[in-house]
Design a binder for this molecule. Structure first.
Ligand SMILES: NC(=O)c1ccc[n+]([C@@H]2O[C@H](COP(=O)([O-])OP(=O)(O)OC[C@H]3O[C@@H](n4cnc5c(N)ncnc54)[C@H](O)[C@@H]3O)[C@@H](O)[C@H]2O)c1
Length: 264
């Protein structure tokens, strides 16, 4: 690559001097999102419940030349999310980018879904987006700073996906909230977008990916394979960057190997 094109790409997608907070950075997709943000120059706060997984991710991104730290957070607690923001600011890493990537799933037949399970999945998948967006956007608005929020929704937010009723409904609500917050804060330069991954083997879906399920997923995926976590990088960097993504807000980028375009 010539110096000229490298400098052009750096200007469009480079995140030097920016801080990115990745909630769920301890997970499979969140971890890959941490890696790409760090590789693009951001200081990455790997936020999650597992200190071991978070520290391992921090070590990995440092080994690749990046910078960051672990921060504990439980998204079911507003106090914990506020403490995460406070830790970033107190450490001199005021956030510029927030990735809402915590998520849980269950494959319970619809008639058997217990109230507790419905509430827990909605609380993590949708409630975390609400609480973290309130917390971080309030900070940005008070400080007159711009920001970028990236919500990890799901391809199942767009088309009904059998077996995961609560999960799909919660992710559809994430997309609705994404657009509403994009509308709400566009003038203040807080952009709010979503990424909807298709099928990527991870912790939260390993019980759902039974052999018969995998077979039908492959039949329905034009790319005929699962996604690799690092294949989210292009979408993440586009939406994170205030240059490449400057006029993009309220958007949902589907990264699913064509799954949601498949009909027969
Ligand atoms: N893997 C896929 O195929 C796929 C597809 C579409 C969307 N997604 C979404 O991507 C995101 C990442 O999931 P993943 O597939 O990497 O699974 P994962 O299980 O590896 O990661 C999920 C993360 O959420 C965290 N989390 C759960 N509850 C939390 C809480 N109370 N507080 C803080 N963190 C909490 C977990 O600790 C974990 O780090 C989720 O929102 C998921 O719904 C995944």
């Amino acid at each position: 690559m010539s110096d000229k094109s490298a400098s052009y790409l750096q200007q469009l997608f480079g995140l030097d001097g920016k801080t990115a907070v990745v909630i769920g950075g301890t997970g499979v997709l969140g971890g890959a999102i941490c890696d790409c943000l760090a590789a693009a120059g951001a200081y990455v706060i790997v936020a999650g419940r597992s200190e071991d997984a978070g520290n391992a991710r921090v070590e990995a991104l440092k080994a690749a030349g990046g910078a960051g730290e672990f921060a504990a957070v439980d998204v079911s607690s507003r106090e914990s999310v506020q403490a995460l923001l406070d830790q970033c600011v107190a450490g001199g890493h005021a956030p510029d980018i927030l990735v809402n990537g915590a998520g849980v799933n269950a494959a319970t037949p619809f008639l058997d879904i217990p109230d507790e399970e419905w509430d827990r999945i909605f609380n993590i998948n949708l409630g975390s987006v609400r609480v973290a967006s309130q917390t971080f956007a309030k900070y940005w608005l008070d400080e007159k700073r711009q920001g970028s929020i990236i919500n990890i929704a799901s391809m199942s937010a767009l088309i009904p996906l059998s077996r995961v009723f609560t999960y799909s409904a919660s992710k559809a609500a994430v997309l609705n909230l994404t657009k509403n917050l994009a509308r709400e804060w566009a003038e203040q330069k807080i952009r709010v977008n979503a990424i909807s991954p298709g099928f990527f083997p991870a912790e939260q879906n390993k019980k759902v990916l039974t052999p018969d399920r995998v077979e039908s997923i492959m039949k329905h995926t034009p790319a005929n394979r699962f996604g690799e976590p690092q294949e989210l990088a292009g979408a993440v960097l586009l939406l994170a960057s205030d240059h490449a993504g400057s006029f993009i807000t309220g958007e949902n980028l589907v990264v699913d190997g064509g799954f949601s375009s498949m009909t027969i």
